[in-house]
Ligand binder design. Structure first.
Ligand code: UDX
Length: 434
């Protein structure tokens, strides 16, 4: 089989398919990425992925190429795992990478083949791509299927090898049979395997992400109410989370969601619903997005308040740059956004992230970067915890007390024990907790 695209999704999918015993050819237009992967180096941080890649590159089960023609000759099943980023200045998704896979692959498909889309796309895309495949492929035995991916960064290998569920949108029994063979291991282990049509499969992904985003913004909205009333949002979340219908997961109030998926997926969904004339069905997502973006401003306001009204001329130590722990991904990262806003308002900001200093520096070169939490906090008038890496949440207040200018900490992820920091003489502030 082949896997087009070698980003978070594609590289993980390719290595995991090799782990399941398939001969895999990874395809990417980026020669530097392909060169790095051929040497067994993953060009981003994802726990467990590099050893898996190295194992299968060494055995020869996993190879990489830039040639779509070679891929067409090699594979019977072709996975499409390229990115669908938000278009500049718009909410809609940019489908140029998905389209170009079909355009470059299809003309070489001269025998039976199944093309399986995994990228997150606006509903209706699969139907359009199926028609284009039929137009371009020399063989009439070429078919499309849609198989959305639900992996989380930081758990990508685990989620791919042991998914919660498998969803396949198919147009024929043959396509279903091929995908049952591909996922035989997971199916045998009891993973639910849901067979749907194209639009349902496409929608499952955006509906799931919309629900998760809504859950986070719901609890962040409650945090705003808690702040106005002196209530504690973490206790509120624990209490409502005991209701099995609600559940405690994804109810962590704080700085809100970022990353390469949730923000752009809810925006693309609103844009697509607008095109379909059903925008009213998802206007609540506008509110979900707005609540989420307000969290960033709230942390900046809190820093200003703690610093006596202005951040101008102050020193701020920032712990965390990635959009979440166990990742070096800074796409739409709330942490980096807050650090940037504080710098724009005249603070000297020094950031430390265990894995994301490099990716952060590439998009935000003007911020200061430190090699440790202690270095970032040195001389700080306030320390901000913006990404809840275990390295920070397990930190003893005494580790920082000798280096900071003032013992003040803002816990924007509700990840620290307030009593512990207050007992150690710190001014502790957080979002939604008194
Ligand atoms: C998400 C979905 O979980 C995944 O199923 C989909 O395939 C891709 O998008 P991911 O972007 O890797 O995965 O991150 P996730 O763990 O879902 O976290 C998203 C954001 O929400 C992070 O910024 C995180 O900090 C934030 N978050 C999560 C909260 O603010 N509170 C929570 O309770 C949970």
């Amino acid at each position: 089989m082949t896997v087009f695209g070698t980003g978070y999704l594609g590289a993980t999918h390719a290595a995991c398919m090799a782990e399941l015993g398939f001969e895999v050819l990874g395809v990417d237009v980026d020669e530097a990425k392909v060169a790095s992967l051929r040497e067994g180096r993953v060009p981003f941080y994802e726990p467990d992925l590099e050893p898996l890649l190295q194992k299968h590159v060494a055995s020869g089960a996993l190879r990489f190429t830039t040639s779509a023609e070679e891929a067409a000759a090699f594979g019977d099943v072709h996975f499409v795992c390229v990115g669908t980023p938000q278009r500049k200045g718009e909410h809609a998704a940019d489908l140029r990478f998905v389209d170009s896979v079909i355009e470059s692959l299809a003309p070489h498909l001269d025998r039976e083949a199944l093309v399986v889309g995994k990228s997150t796309v606006p509903v209706g895309t699969a139907q359009r791509l199926a028609a284009r495949l039929a137009e371009l492929a020399p063989s009439d035995q070429v078919e499309l299927a849609w198989n959305p991916e639900f992996l989380r960064e930081g758990f990508a290998v685990e989620d791919t090898l042991r998914p919660d569920r498998l969803v396949v949108g198919v147009a024929s029994e043959r396509a279903e049979k091929v995908l049952r063979e591909v996922y035989a291991t997971a199916i045998a282990a009891g993973t639910p395997f849901l067979v749907t049509d194209f639009p349902t499969a496409e929608l499952v992904k955006v509906a799931a992400n919309s629900f998760l985003a809504t859950k986070i913004s719901f609890i962040n909205a409650m945090a705003e109410i808690c702040e106005a009333t002196g209530a504690d949002v973490t206790m509120l979340a624990d209490a409502i989370g005991h209701d099995a219908r609600i559940g405690r997961r994804f109810l962590n109030a704080g700085l809100g969601f970022g990353g390469g998926c949730l923000p752009k997926d809810i925006r693309a969904f609103m844009a697509r619903a607008g095109e379909l004339g059903v925008d009213q069905a998802v206007t609540f997502l506008r509110e979900v997005d707005a609540i989420n973006m307000r969290r960033r401003g709230r942390v900046v306001d809190l820093a200003r308040e703690v610093l006596g009204g202005s951040v101008l001329g102050t020193r701020i130590g920032v712990l965390g740059a990635a959009f979440k722990p166990n990742s070096d991904d800074v796409r739409d990262s709330p942490a980096l956004n807050v650090a940037g806003q504080l710098q724009l308002q005249g603070a000297a900001v020094t950031v430390y992230d265990p894995k994301a200093n490099g990716t952060a520096r590439a998009v935000f070169p003007t911020l200061g970067y430190a090699e440790s939490a202690v270095e970032a906090a040195t001389g700080a008038d306030v320390v901000l915890l913006l990404t809840e890496w275990a390295e920070f949440t397990q930190m003893d207040p005494s580790a920082l007390e000798g280096v900071v200018a003032q013992r003040r900490i803002i816990d924007a992820r509700n990840a620290l024990d307030p009593a512990r920091w207050r007992d150690a003489g710190w001014t502790y502030r957080s979002l939604g907790r008194p």
